[in-house]
Design a binder for this molecule. Structure first.
Ligand SMILES: NC(=O)c1ccc[n+]([C@@H]2O[C@H](COP(=O)([O-])OP(=O)(O)OC[C@H]3O[C@@H](n4cnc5c(N)ncnc54)[C@H](O)[C@@H]3O)[C@@H](O)[C@H]2O)c1
Length: 423
């Protein structure tokens, strides 16, 4: 089994590379993973030595692109276990669909690789728990791809809230409206495209025939591989809601309502319409999404509105702004007005932070615990609606209290020969 032999270097928690160069590999090359890789090899001292994908066409074209970018052709693999077993690789980027994060991640931990893993951390609560255990047991440097954690305007807004500048924070409203959340138009199953190892793409997920609507990109809208907008955007945005109050625990309860109300000719199982409420001790996190639309509050299709006693702070990737409350007695705003603060994408900063942490051995901006906690929040919401339940999490057992139907959705059943790893 990949990674069953631990080198002494791993036990000391050090990077495996004998020199300063970081030799990186990408598993899952089509979209986000490749964006991550490009950001990595832009940095000095980083070289891509291997690519892995189960779609030959993607693998070959990405390989040529990497060769053009860095002047050196990486090795190519279709089996990620060969990447893990390759001793000349220091770090891996995991850019596979969500159902394929956990296994490569745990094997990579066991083999002493550092890991940039895309979000959501995994496609189930049990896998998230396992991945935290593996990362800490094998002392790996892990960055989870919730890149907002490295974004200057997100950091600045969090500092503003932490400094009490919107007053006591009691509630956050989060919305996420995207057309893609309804999936593509439904189509009939077809033969597997040439050059695709579909059995390997399915991996631990149940066996089924090939359908393009459940494949590249649109797998997100099917429970076997993803959790729809709730997990895809939920982990990005709910992560900020947790950061604002430095929350490290599951909510007291989760309730969810909604369903699949629209676009029956589109291919999706995940909910197109959904409202979720997370009850915490002194804080309410409200989530809503309406897939198939792109409008939302404050003229933003997605965002967060942090409601403090003295002001509301509204933020998305483009920036943030403040809406002060009015003080009736003093006849003035409760906090000074501020100009809009501009934002931007933070993928490259997030990758740079990961690479710096490989050298410093510090925890990166988005820790495995951050990634795990928010993925569990998002999965809990889907489970609440799938089982029509108000869910209460029991930290002692890592199960929901008195709810067998919900607990049955915590751990995925892996398809033979894949087995959920034991850490
Ligand atoms: N951080 C962000 O802003 C952001 C944005 C988009 C996607 N993502 C995340 O990135 C991940 C990938 O999403 P995507 O949009 O790139 O998906 P995608 O379907 O476009 O690409 C996934 C790639 O993984 C490959 N793959 C599947 N199984 C494999 C296996 N066993 N071994 C090797 N390769 C395999 C596929 O062939 C495909 O090339 C997801 O977890 C997604 O949530 C993050």
């Amino acid at each position: 089994m990949a990674g069953s032999v631990l080198s002494p270097l791993i036990l000391h928690g050090k990077a495996a590379s004998p020199n300063e160069q970081i030799r990186i590999a990408l598993i899952g090359c089509r979209n986000m993973g490749f964006g991550d890789l490009k950001n990595a090899i832009k940095q000095p001292g980083v070289v891509c030595v291997a690519l892995c994908d189960v779609d030959e066409q993607i693998l070959n074209s990405r390989c040529s692109e990497v060769e053009k970018l860095q002047g050196k052709r990486p090795e190519t693999y279709s089996d990620f276990r060969k990447v893990i077993d390759n001793k000349n690789i220091d770090a891996v980027i995991i850019g596979t669909p969500d159902h394929w994060h956990c296994l490569p991640f745990v094997y990579a931990c066991q083999a002493g690789k550092e890991i940039y893993v895309e979000k959501p951390l995994a496609n189930s609560i049990a896998e998230c728990d396992l991945m935290v255990k593996a990362a800490r047991k094998y002392q790996r440097i892990v960055q989870v791809g919730q890149q907002q954690r490295s974004g200057p305007h997100w950091i600045q807004a969090m500092e503003h809230i932490h400094a009490g500048k919107i007053g006591a924070l009691r509630k956050v409203n989060i919305w996420s409206n995207f057309n893609y959340g309804i999936g593509p138009l439904a189509t009939a199953d077809t033969p597997v495209p040439a050059g695709v190892d579909f059995n390997r793409w399915l991996g631990p997920a149940p066996q089924r025939s090939f359908n393009t609507t459940r494949f590249h990109g649109s797998w997100r809208m099917f429970w076997d591989y993803g959790g729809g907008l709730m997990t895809d955007w939920g982990v990005h945005l709910i992560d900020i809601a947790l950061w604002a109050k430095d929350i490290t625990t599951m909510p007291l309860s989760v309730t969810a309502s909604g369903g699949n109300f629209a676009f029956p000719d589109h291919a999706h199982e995940t909910f197109d319409t959904m409202n979720v409420s997370y009850q915490l001790k002194d804080y309410l996190i409200n989530w809503e999404h309406t897939a198939g639309t792109q409008n939302g509050p404050y003229g933003r299709s997605y965002g967060l509105a942090f409601i403090g006693n003295d002001a509301t702070l509204v933020i998305d990737r483009n920036g943030w702004e403040l809406f002060p409350e009015w003080d009736e007695q003093k006849k003035q705003p409760k906090v000074p007005a501020m100009p809009k603060q501009s934002g931007g994408e933070s993928h490259e900063l997030h990758m740079k932070n990961f690479l710096e942490c490989i050298k410093s051995r510090k925890d990166p901006a988005c820790t495995i615990e951050n990634g795990s906690l928010v993925a569990r929040y998002a999965h809990a919401a889907n489970i609440a609606l799938r089982t029509d339940s108000r869910l209460v999490w029991d930290e002692a057992t890592h199960q929901f209290k008195d709810n067998a139907a919900a607990n049955a959705l915590i751990t995925p059943v892996y398809r033979h020969p894949w087995v959920l790893p034991v850490v």
